[in-house]
Design a protein around this ligand. Structure first.
Ligand SMILES: [Zn+2]
Length: 92
């Protein structure tokens, strides 16, 4: 069952009508992962890094990784790079 797909030619994301909540968010993130791959020419990099028989699996793995861990990585990045308030006061 397909719940979402991205047309690489039109760069349009199509979603099933019955998606809701966290699952909908995961599917949207996964499909945006595909759109980013198409838009930034990343498929060539994927193809360069693995055997042709794994191209689709690798692209799906990357899009699942983005959907499953992308938000958490971004949160951790913000936490780690956040300047403590007491240091901001010292600088300004
Ligand atoms: Zn996919």
């Amino acid at each position: 069952m397909t719940v979402g797909t991205t047309d690489p030619m039109t760069r349009t994301i199509y979603l099933a009508n019955n998606l809701k909540g966290e699952f909908e968010k995961r599917v949207v993130a996964h499909e945006i992962g595909h759109a980013v791959c198409f838009s930034y020419g990343l498929l060539e990099e994927i193809h360069r890094c693995c055997h042709k028989r794994h191209w689709i699996d690798m692209e799906e793995f990357i899009c699942n990784f983005v959907a499953d861990y992308g938000e958490r990585i971004w949160e951790l990045t913000k936490d780690i790079t956040k300047v403590p308030v007491y240091l901001e006061r010292l600088v300004s």
